[in-house]
Design a protein around this ligand. Structure first.
Ligand SMILES: Nc1nc2c(ncn2[C@@H]2O[C@H](COP(=O)(O)OP(=O)(O)O)[C@@H](O)[C@H]2O)c(=O)[nH]1
Ligand SMILES: [Mg+2]
Length: 383
């Protein structure tokens, strides 16, 4: 049985949970729980502590006297140990051979649309969710070592986006200078939720391919035909073929109601453009022991987080994949790579759906402008 307690205001750390009426006498066991503490100012990027495995509330009581804390914690109640389900709820082959096969299939991927040389995927998500990290992590795998290709922010600066512009990265298939580029471009943009986050209008313009590479988004100057470099009639290759929402498993309880409605607006308008959407749930190493990422599909806290991410985004859990980005490591790790490759493979399935559903190109052109007119005042996603 899993019980989810969120936003407990912990002063003296008395944690009470409600159980099913027929649950009988259960002593709570805090099992494999990581709790994220933020100071009550609610500032993202506040101090963060991890409680790796706490078997009782003594660990929590240590917070006493340090002020009022807000705690997001997934508690698994169990009468016996261990409480991992016997079989994982998604099957993953973690072997080196499968990793190599996946890697080769991504490396040799070719879009099922001959006029498009590289599939274009736009990453959208709140500041600090791990968009840039995902791009860097995927590039790192093919590069053979951890590199920070997309500009990743620090965890303490995660309330402001390090990425301000539209930046697209066609992935290198290897570290060799004469190595080929892969047929996959990942586009990064400023995160949602800060003052200058891209408006709905600008986000849709990006998906339609009108926004020039390197463009710096500004809430007060909407992209339009007078924007320098504006792509008036984008080729299919310049349009976005799949959107990947990126959200952090650590922040699911902290995203504001405004963020939820931002996602709803985005989903509605992007779907109207005929573009498929998937989601990446990052920071899963904070819910599952980083050293044992193979347990990802056995972790009940993670399963709960996936359901919660689905609710936030209005997506079925089957569209969401967990990801652990490289954040502190200098060396690649095979299981982390497998999870990342699974995510890329998942994205590519939806890219292909786009090409197959619309062999001549989606009917997006600018007909979706009837919903969000280029001439109308841009609707800010956060306001
Ligand atoms: N532990 C962990 N840290 C991550 C993960 N993804 C991103 N980070 C860290 O979160 C912070 C923000 O990441 P960044 O990629 O800049 O977020 P962005 O604003 O969405 O582009 C950085 O310090 C990253 O190292 C992850 O999966 N696990
Ligand atoms: Mg970024």
């Amino acid at each position: 049985m899993a019980v989810h307690c969120e936003h407990l205001q912990v002063l003296y750390c008395t944690v009470s949970v409600r159980t099913e009426p027929d649950a009988g006498d259960i002593s709570p066991v805090f099992h494999n729980t990581r709790a994220c503490f933020r100071d009550c100012g609610g500032q993202a990027g506040g101090k963060e502590r991890s409680l790796h495995t706490c078997h009782n509330t003594d660990h929590l009581a240590r917070c006493e006297g340090k002020g009022l804390w807000k705690m997001d914690v997934v508690v698994e109640l169990s009468t016996s140990w261990p409480s991992f389900p016997e079989s994982p709820w998604r099957q993953v082959d973690w072997s080196e051979e499968t990793k190599e096969v996946l890697m080769e299939s991504v490396r040799s991927y070719k879009p099922a649309c001959c006029s498009v040389a590289a599939a274009r995927v736009l990453l959208i998500g709140p500041v600090g969710a791990g968009k840039s990290s995902f791009i860097s992590s995927v590039q790192s795998m093919f590069y053979g070592r951890v590199v920070n290709r997309a500009m990743v922010g620090s965890s303490s600066s995660s309330s402001t986006s390090f990425t301000k512009q539209l930046q697209s990265f066609q992935l290198y298939s290897s570290r060799e200078r004469d190595g080929k580029n892969m047929a996959l471009t990942l586009s990064d943009m400023a995160g949602l939720g800060e003052g200058n986050s891209p408006t709905l209008h600008d986000t849709l313009a990006t998906i339609k391919g009108h926004v020039p590479e390197g463009y710096t988004f500004s809430a007060c100057s909407p992209v339009g035909s007078d924007t320098p470099g504006y792509v008036k009639e984008p080729h299919r290759a310049e349009k976005v073929h799949c959107v990947a929402f990126v959200v952090s498993a650590l922040e699911l309880s902290s995203y504001s109601q405004t963020m939820t409605s931002t996602f709803q607006q985005l989903r509605k308008h992007i779907s109207a453009l005929g573009v498929h959407q998937v989601a990446l749930l990052t920071h899963v190493d904070k819910l599952v022991k980083a050293s044992d990422i193979t347990q990802v599909y056995r972790s009940l806290p993670l399963k709960h987080a996936m359901v919660k991410a689905g609710d936030l985004l209005g997506l079925p859990v089957s569209s969401i994949v967990p990801v652990k980005n490289y954040s502190e490591e200098l060396e690649l790790e095979a299981h982390t790579d497998t999870l990342l490759l699974k995510a890329v493979d998942h994205i590519l399935q939806y890219v292909e759906l786009n090409f197959r559903d619309h062999p001549q190109g989606p009917q997006q052109a600018d007909d979706a402008d009837s919903a969000v007119s280029f001439s109308s005042r841009p609707s800010s996603l956060e306001n």
